[in-house]
Design a protein around this ligand. Structure first.
Ligand SMILES: Nc1ncnc2c1ncn2[C@@H]1O[C@H](COP(=O)(O)OP(=O)(O)OP(=O)(O)O)[C@@H](O)[C@H]1O
Length: 685
């Protein structure tokens, strides 16, 4: 990976190739220096050396010699010779630098006879003297001439060995009583000197051969150096990469360190949480053990309950079947009770005087029992003329009866409607006798229709538990001057009463009427309110139509039992009749005639039913035609006779009570329940 870190500046790659200096070259240079020294370079006499010593020492940086050294002799002279050798070495080094390097000379086998009194074991001293005599070419000892490099050290050691050898031999000087210094060879003892030289030559030759071997070894050094340089370059490159990698790694280390610190702190928190969790775990574990025991207990209880449940499910099915059957029986018994009470039931209600009517004269009302009422006129003449006015009904409600007690008597009929019967409830009476109050009521004291709605939906809930589901369809109709009006629509439209196309000859329907499906009581109340508003809107100040028309609210109840494949269709017709009025007192004759005619036709129909005539004149008026399904055959009818308590209403009250009493005595054929199977709606025909 290429590092983006800066390159290291510590090491710099060499700009030029390093030329290695071979040891052989150094030796050659040293040998060449010897040749120069022995050949072309003139060796200065001793005196000149003595004079040049201070200068030479100066050049070497040594301390200057005292001027007294010029006069020295004996041991001091020996010291001077040694100093001169040092000067010569320095001089030779300088010469070697200036000149080339000749080949190494051969070692002479013979030396000229050395003349002199003062000889030392030092090879340099003897060779210097021979050179001074000029007899033979001097073989300069490389020990004194060569620079003190590593390549000259073996020669130096050889010279030292020679000197040592000389020391072992008896010296003439020492024998002569000097007592100090190496053994001296007498100048005339050429043989000894020859042997000495031979030994020296032998030693030097050995050294020479040794050096040649060492040179061979040293010649491999350039290659080694080159390899080492190559390795060095490679190492430098590697070092650069390593440094780059190192920087990268350092950054990573730094990041990792930060991460580690963060993880460490998180770890600390986690440890604390872990401790808490451990505690919680222990608690949960203990709780789990308790719960496990409970689960085992519950499982065993569950198994028992499952067995019990199966048994109960079987019992429940049995109970359901029994309930369904008993419900059928209940319906039949209920219908029987209704039959026994009469298919047409008549309730008489005497309204109380209003606060504004307290000054009006009232008839004498005598309530013999809950079903019998006697009406007496305050006018004695009328009283004598009409005789005793005693009337019996299914129920008589005196002025103090409340709306609730009245509806309790109505409720069984609503139950019958849910069981599949057609119900008709209407209020008959003089204008202002309390028909609307009985049917609709007032907001704080509602009448039969609103209470019917509440009871219907409550009963439907209970019937749902028995497997029945109900749909309710509502229509609102007004009959005014023998014309039908849709109270859920302001449209002017043609509406007619037509026969339904099935085998039941009493089934009718109204064409073009608005029919609303109702799902909750509030929706039905809103529809009733709309119908009431439309009925009131049709009235004018000069033509108060609402009290001069018949209002028919029809609720169709369609029940379905999915499991038993049964359908039950019932209906409730709630009729607020127009007020009956004497033509003598009426100012609107047409309306009065139509009202009285329709009421008369209603009386005729009921009487025809009472007399079991073959022909029932339903079609003589819109009202009887519309109520045909609810008046005869498969129907239950409840008629409220509303009367005013006042003396001035006596005649109308007697008329209404007589009509109602005659209706009450009318026995209609036994009612038949509308019960169908899903796939045969006409099976009951
Ligand atoms: N039982 C009663 N208790 C208290 N007030 C009653 C009762 N019956 C009727 N009223 C009141 O008497 C007045 C006339 O009653 P209502 O309008 O119901 O008569 P109606 O027969 O419907 O008249 P119309 O034939 O003109 O419609 C109303 O103010 C009504 O509130």
């Amino acid at each position: 990976m290429e590092s983006r870190l800066p390159k290291p500046t510590g090491l710099k790659r060499p700009t030029q190739a390093i030329k290695p200096i071979l040891p052989t070259e150094r030796i050659k240079a040293a040998t060449s220096a010897n040749l120069i020294y022995s050949g072309s370079t003139t060796i200065q006499p001793l005196t000149r050396d003595l004079q040049n010593i201070p200068q030479a020492l100066k050049q070497q940086g040594a301390r200057a010699t005292s001027p007294d050294s010029m006069k020295l002799s004996g041991p001091n002279r020996l010291k001077l010779r040694r100093s001169r050798s040092a000067c010569d070495i320095t001089e030779l080094r300088q010469n070697l630098k200036r000149t080339g390097v000749p080949n190494l000379p051969t070692i002479p086998t013979k030396f000229p006879r050395h003349v002199g009194t003062s000889t030392t074991s030092s090879n340099s001293t003897s060779t210097t003297r021979m050179a001074r005599a000029g007899s033979v070419p001097v073989k300069r000892n490389p020990v004194s001439a060569a620079p003190s490099t590593s390549s000259t050290r073996p020669l130096q050691r050889a010279a030292t060995a020679t000197a040592t050898t000389n020391k072992t031999k008896p010296s003439a000087t020492a024998a002569g009583g000097g007592g100090v210094g190496p053994k001296r060879i007498a100048p005339y003892d050429f043989k000894a000197r020859f042997h000495d030289l031979l030994e020296k030559h032998k030693a030097l030759k050995t050294k020479y051969e040794k050096q040649i071997n060492e040179m061979g070894e040293l010649e491999t050094l350039p290659m080694q150096l080159e390899e080492t340089q190559t390795k060095l370059i490679a190492t430098e490159s590697t070092l650069k990469h390593s440094q780059t990698d190192n920087d990268c790694l350092q950054r990573q280390v730094k990041q990792q360190t930060e991460k580690i610190e963060m993880i460490t702190s998180t770890l600390g928190e986690t440890k604390l949480e872990l401790q808490d969790l451990k505690v919680t775990h222990q608690e949960v574990k203990a709780e789990h053990e308790i719960l496990s025991a409970e689960v085992l207990d519950l499982r065993s209880r569950n198994e028992e309950l499952m067995r019990s449940n199966e048994q109960l499910a079987a019992d429940l099915n049995l109970c359901r079947e029994q309930l369904f059957q008993s419900n059928i029986e209940r319906k039949e018994l209920h219908n029987l009770v209704m039959d026994l009470r009469g298919n047409i039931r008549v309730f008489c209600r005497v309204r109380p005087p209003l606060e504004s009517e307290l000054d009006r004269l009232m008839c004498n009302w005598i309530y013999h029992d809950e079903a019998t009422v006697e009406l007496q006129s305050l006018d004695a003449q009328a009283k004598n003329k009409m005789g005793q006015q005693l009337f019996s009904f299914d129920q008589v409600f005196h002025p103090n009866s409340n709306q609730n007690s009245i509806f309790e008597m109505v409720a069984p009929l609503i139950q019958s409607a849910l069981d599949g019967y057609n119900i008709c409830i209407f209020a008959y009476g003089q204008t202002g006798s309390g028909k609307t109050y009985t049917m609709d009521g007032v907001p704080d004291n509602v009448g039969v229709i609103p209470r019917t709605v509440d009871l219907l939906f409550d009963s439907i809930k209970n019937y749902r538990n028995l497997g029945w589901e109900y749909d309710i369809k509502a229509t609102f109709l007004e009959i005014y001057n023998e014309v039908l009006y849709d109270l859920l629509s302001n449209e002017q439209k043609e509406m007619e009463i037509r026969m339904a196309k099935n085998c039941n000859k009493n089934e009718i329907y109204v064409s073009n009427i608005t029919e609303e499906t109702v799902t909750d009581p509030n929706q039905l109340r809103q529809l009733m309110q709309l119908a009431k508003m439309n009925r009131a809107t049709a009235s004018t100040v000069g033509n108060e139509r609402s009290s001069r028309s018949h209002a028919v609210t029809k609720l169709e109840l369609i029940g379905r039992h999915v499991e038993k494949q049964e359908v039950s269709v019932g209906s409730i017709n709630l009729v607020d009749l127009a007020g009956s009025e004497s033509p003598k007192t009426s100012i609107r004759m047409t309306e009065t005639k139509n009202i009285n005619r329709s009421l008369s036709e209603l009386t005729n129909v009921i009487l025809a039913l009472l007399q079991k005539q073959d022909h029932i004149p339903y079609r003589n008026s819109k009202l009887t035609h519309l109520l045909m399904p609810a008046l005869g055959g498969n129907s239950k009818t409840l008629m409220f006779i509303n009367v005013s308590p006042f003396q001035d209403c006596f005649q109308e009250s007697v008329k209404s009570l007589r009509f109602a009493a005659s209706v009450n005595s009318c026995k209609v054929a036994k009612a038949k329940r509308n019960r169908f199977l899903n796939n045969s709606n006409n099976s009951s025909c």
